[in-house]
Design a protein around this ligand. Structure first.
Ligand SMILES: [Zn+2]
Length: 260
């Protein structure tokens, strides 16, 4: 079983959507579809009814945080029903406006507080804000965080690791020496895979990423770590199961058996 812990299935359009869902089913790629806002979450929930290997999760992306900073109460019921929280976090790299950054911190802190209260996993965007994200995770005493597409300072990467947080390796492992170093240094139990489809690869190469990309990512991690692909695939699945509580694991197992 392959794992794509950070994808955005709602962002596929038209025919591409059917192709993507077909690839997920045929290749058994369990796909956690992260949301950018309410609308994106609703779409992800509808998609999950069509494909048993997808899990829709709720989050407000830092790029959209300023639209929700004054409506935090309206987020609560969605946070409660979502098995994990994502995509949330901070972004000071692409968002330079200080008012928006203030709004990002307000929304992010609200989510962290809720994640702690409800004991939920958070999937995090940390671009250019690695210090603040780590400081807030410590402040809210968050134990289960997945750091998506990390690209910050290498020393900070080790600080996150020491807190026991888990990292994703995505398609940039095929192109970036920095990500290859991360893929080599990650302790075997703190490693997950993601694609950030469809936009990630599109941003890099102008073609939409498809779910099958996760197989190339696993292949490259195996090459870098000098292990075989099946071993890496199984390790990653085991890591995913390990990070889940008993009840969360049951939810995932039952959605794979009984499509909603
Ligand atoms: Zn994303």
């Amino acid at each position: 079983m392959f794992l794509d812990i950070h994808t955005h299935l709602d962002l596929y359009e038209g025919k591409m959507m059917d192709l993507a869902l077909g690839e997920i089913e045929r290749n058994r790629i369990f796909s956690v579809s992260n949301s950018m806002d309410f609308i994106s979450y609703r779409k992800n929930c509808d998609l999950a009814k069509k494909c048993k290997y997808t899990l829709p999760i709720f989050g407000i992306h830092p790029w959209n945080a300023h639209l929700y900073a004054d409506k935090l109460d309206s987020l609560e019921e969605y946070i409660e029903e979502s098995l994990m929280i994502g995509e949330i976090g901070l972004d000071y790299h692409f968002v330079k406006d200080t008012h928006q950054q203030i709004a990002q911190r307000r929304v992010f802190e609200f989510f962290l507080n809720e994640a702690k209260r409800l004991n939920k996993i958070v999937i995090l965007h940390t671009k250019g804000a690695e210090d603040d994200v780590l400081r807030m995770l410590r402040h809210y005493n968050i134990e289960r965080a997945i750091i998506h597409w990390y690209s910050g300072p290498i020393e900070k990467f080790f600080d996150y690791l020491r807190e026991g947080y888990v990292f994703t390796i995505g398609f940039m492992v095929l192109y970036s020496d920095f990500i290859r170093v991360m893929a080599r240094k990650l302790p075997v139990n703190q490693l997950l895979t993601e694609t950030d489809n469809p936009g990630g690869l599109q941003w890099y190469s102008d073609r939409a990423g498809m779910p099958i990309l996760v197989k190339d990512i696993v292949g490259e991690i195996a090459r870098i770590r000098n292990e075989n692909k099946e071993e890496i695939e199984n390790n990653i699945w085991d890591n995913f199961m390990q990070i889940l509580t008993y009840d969360e694991r049951n939810v995932i197992m039952s959605c794979m058996k009984n499509p909603r």
